[in-house]
Design a protein around this ligand. Structure first.
Ligand SMILES: Nc1nc2c([nH]c(=O)n2[C@H]2C[C@H](O)[C@@H](COP(=O)(O)OP(=O)(O)OP(=O)(O)O)O2)c(=O)[nH]1
Length: 139
């Protein structure tokens, strides 16, 4: 494995969650690896940047949304053909502004997630998320 692929890249990912449990997903734009796949909004952490600051920056750049507070939720490491990523997932229930598509991405609020395909590393998150947001539902 090359040095580039073996060195993990930190990625800050945010799950905006409405009081009814709906979460916001975005579709990766043309020109990026896995274009057309659905993901939670976010992006790479820049050198010297705190993960929470990267999260807030990406939400302003991609969605025009100010994340007021977000709780760290879980971390996932995944090796893709294009990159080795370390994903830091946050859940936010407190943000300002209506999400707008500022980088030509499609976005969708989802209850039970009906969009596909999802990025491979994000797939297991959906089941964990459902346990969190629908705790009394039978499995
Ligand atoms: N935002 C996001 N990225 C994810 C998720 N799941 C997952 O495997 N990833 C991976 C895909 C990419 O390899 C990486 C995010 O990098 P990116 O290329 O989208 O980041 P970026 O917006 O900063 O991109 P750029 O500046 O390089 O254009 O994390 C997810 O749910 N959300």
């Amino acid at each position: 494995m090359s040095e580039t692929l073996s060195t993990p890249i930190d990625v800050a990912v945010g799950i905006l969650m409405k009081p009814n449990g709906d979460v916001l997903l975005g579709q990766r734009p043309d020109g990026k690896p896995y274009a057309g796949y659905w993901e939670f909004p976010g992006g790479k952490v820049e050198a010297g940047e705190a993960i929470i600051d990267a999260l807030k920056r990406e939400f302003v750049e991609e969605l025009g949304v100010e994340v007021v507070s977000a709780e760290p939720w879980c971390g996932i490491e995944h090796v893709y053909p294009h990159a080795h990523v370390r994903l830091h997932f946050y859940i936010s229930q407190h943000w300002l502004g209506e999400p707008q598509s500022l980088e030509n991405q499609a976005f969708a609020w989802q209850g039970s997630v009906g969009v596909e395909p999802l990025l491979p590393a994000t797939i297991p998150l959906i089941e964990w998320l459902d346990k969190l947001r629908y705790p009394t539902a039978s499995v």
